[in-house]
Ligand binder design. Structure first.
Ligand code: HEM
Length: 316
């Protein structure tokens, strides 16, 4: 069968396993690019900027001692943009005077690198408005990692406003089973050993009833209702596979870690066009432990989705 573009470019999250469990599934990132542009670029940039304007506290948080690390993130991302997408982004530099051109949004921004007063918003907030990724900054001190700043427009049911300032383990404490066999500690130790120039990547997946990218904890009452509307008949259109491509970069000067999250969504009916994916996904969803299904918010409609997948398998 022909695999169309939306399937070909979709980040398949399951590897070759038939069961899913929490693990440290990070692998070296190749190519070492923090940013990926898709054909939804303009729509998602517009949505991000709207959310930042209307809900600034929900979408942006920072502590004052993060400015140096924020400039490092600007440096890293701008160079990734012009390096990997030279037709769409330009950067002219004369000492600390930088001019960034975004040909997609048709913007030209001149600023003095390192001088906060030359930008309208903080450096992390500025650069996040030019990429589809959410950007989180973890700072390392006292043998731990702290979420000290972030621009988060497309959270999968969590709150930056609530989590800012927390340690890695505190952030992950709501996840059932994450502490067993010291998984949280092993991942923390792995993160603290990440070196500059050797970034890592991983994928996380979930199901969503509906197609909203902005599923913040604060607005759960609005988007969470759709979970009750899923039926075997409408699951293919209503339920979406949501995959987060997450990347980790050590910042050499500040010793912080940049964590980028690119959220991708595809309706189930598209995802399962490829029969091996349909069969593998059925196996994973069928075997998914109840505590993970509960945490991911799938339990209310898991049975309806399984019935839908069975019907589809009968047709092949
Ligand atoms: C260092 C930057 C990271 C940040 C800021 C971060 C943040 C988060 C947050 C906010 C959640 C949702 C927690 C909630 O329900 O309130 C989460 C979930 C999770 N995180 Fe992380 N995380 C990071 C790195 C990692 C890494 C490196 C791994 C594994 C190697 C990981 C594994 C997970 C898993 C398995 C979940 C549960 C997701 C699900 O079942 O859908 N995280 N993370």
């Amino acid at each position: 069968m022909v695999i169309n573009d939306d399937l070909r470019s979709f980040p398949f999250p399951f590897g070759d396993s038939q069961v899913y469990k929490y693990s440290n599934n990070a692998t070296p990132l190749r190519p070492p690019n923090a940013i990926e542009l898709t054909d939804k670029y303009i729509d998602e940039i517009r949505l991000k900027r709207e959310l930042l304007t209307n809900h600034p506290e929900r979408c942006y948080q920072s502590s004052s001692q993060t400015l140096d690390a924020q400039w490092e993130i600007v440096d890293l991302i701008l160079h990734n943009l012009v390096g990997y997408y030279p037709d769409q982004f330009k950067l002219e530099k004369k000492d600390e005077q930088w001019i960034f051109t975004n040909l997609q949004t048709k913007e030209n921004i001149a600023f003095t690198f390192g001088d906060r007063t030359t930008l309208e918003v903080e450096p992390l907030d500025f650069i996040g408005r030019h990429v589809q990724e959410d950007l989180l900054l973890m700072m390392q001190r006292d043998g731990d990692l702290f979420l000290d700043a972030g621009q988060l427009c497309f959270p999968a049911n969590w709150s930056l406003f609530f989590n800012v300032g927390m340690t890695f383990k505190e952030i992950h404490s709501p996840i059932p089973g994450f502490q067993s066999e010291s998984l949280d500690d092993r991942i923390l130790q792995f993160l603290m050993r990440i070196e500059a120039g050797t970034p890592w990547g991983r994928k996380n997946w979930s199901l969503m009833a509906g197609n909203k990218l902005d599923t913040s904890l604060e607005t759960f009452a609005e988007w969470g209702q759709a979970r009750k509307q899923v039926t075997k008949e409408n699951a293919g259109k209503l339920v979406h596979l949501r995959v987060e491509v997450q990347k980790l970069f050590r910042l050499p000067q500040s010793n912080g870690i940049l964590f980028t999250i690119h959220s991708h969504m595809l309706p189930l009916e598209r995802f399962i066009q490829h029969t091996p994916w349909l069969e593998q996904f059925y196996a994973i969803l069928h075997e998914l432990p109840a505590f993970i299904s509960d945490y991911k918010g799938i339990s209310l409609y898991r049975q309806q989705v399984l019935e839908y997948l069975v019907e589809e398998m009968k047709k092949r």
